[in-house]
Design a protein around this ligand. Structure first.
Ligand SMILES: [Fe+2]
Length: 243
């Protein structure tokens, strides 16, 4: 980020000569003495200032506008799964309040209703993986589950470290207000004003058909649900063995 120069001093050459010979300033190196005195001296050209922003946190995003994932069929399948007693029994703990099949059935990618979504995720994850610098690697879905939320449900900030190389989410049915928030893992003192150099969260709204992919270590959460229905499919992907 170029923050410009806070001050530029165009000092007449006679004034510079006067200051040097009167001892009021001392040339800090021979550069001053050989500086062409016919030109104005711009001190800030010696030490320009800038703020560099280091290290990306990539999130792949797209929207399935033509419904290649067959959301109506997906919605029915997700609702049937979430309605199972064993899913409901394990839907609430210290980290989330939502009906999730994560701990009961996380192999939905092997179910017929999810086949179009699996194909969509396969295509997108290959594009993302290549962009991340793995052009010769393969990636496959390792786990896939559904979260079916009702008003007030939430998921605390968490990562998928240890479970996956890459994780993702697809919005089957959702109020736009019930999207996902990504968090910086940098602990810092809250600023008086947020700007592009200090923000610590980034929000994607819950657009139906949206697909997001991100590295497993990227922290994310959902705030208490505002709409009546929020159905998403989440998944973990791993790098496949070559061969
Ligand atoms: Fe997650």
């Amino acid at each position: 980020m170029d923050i410009g120069s806070p001050a530029c001093f165009d000092v007449p050459e006679l004034f510079i000569i006067f200051l040097i010979f009167s001892g009021k300033i001392v040339p800090w190196n021979s550069g001053v003495l050989i500086y062409p005195l016919s030109r104005p001296l711009n001190i800030m050209q010696v030490a320009p200032m800038a703020i560099d922003v280091l290290f990306p946190r990539p999130v792949f995003q797209t929207v399935d506008e033509t419904d290649v994932c067959k959301r109506s069929r997906l919605r029915e399948a997700c609702l049937a799964i979430a309605d199972k007693p064993e899913v409901k029994d394990r839907s609430k703990n210290n980290f989330h309040r939502v009906s999730t099949s994560h701990l009961v059935d996380d192999h939905l990618h092997e179910s017929g209703a999810f086949a179009p979504l699996v194909d969509y995720v396969d295509k997108c994850s290959k594009v993302f993986l290549k962009s991340l610098g793995f052009p010769d690697s393969r990636i496959t879905i390792d786990q896939m589950w559904t979260n079916v939320g009702e008003k007030g449900d939430f998921v605390y900030p968490h990562t998928h470290i240890g479970e996956a190389f890459m994780a993702g989410v697809y919005y089957v049915s959702c109020d736009p207000r019930d999207g996902i928030t990504f968090h910086s893992d940098t602990d810092r003192t809250p600023p008086a004003e947020y700007n592009p150099l200090n923000y610590t969260t980034y929000y994607y709204d819950g657009q139906v058909g949206r697909l997001l992919l991100f590295r497993a270590e990227t922290e994310h959460s959902t705030f208490p649900q505002e709409g009546d229905e929020r159905i998403i499919v989440s998944f973990n992907l791993k790098l496949a063995e070559q061969g």
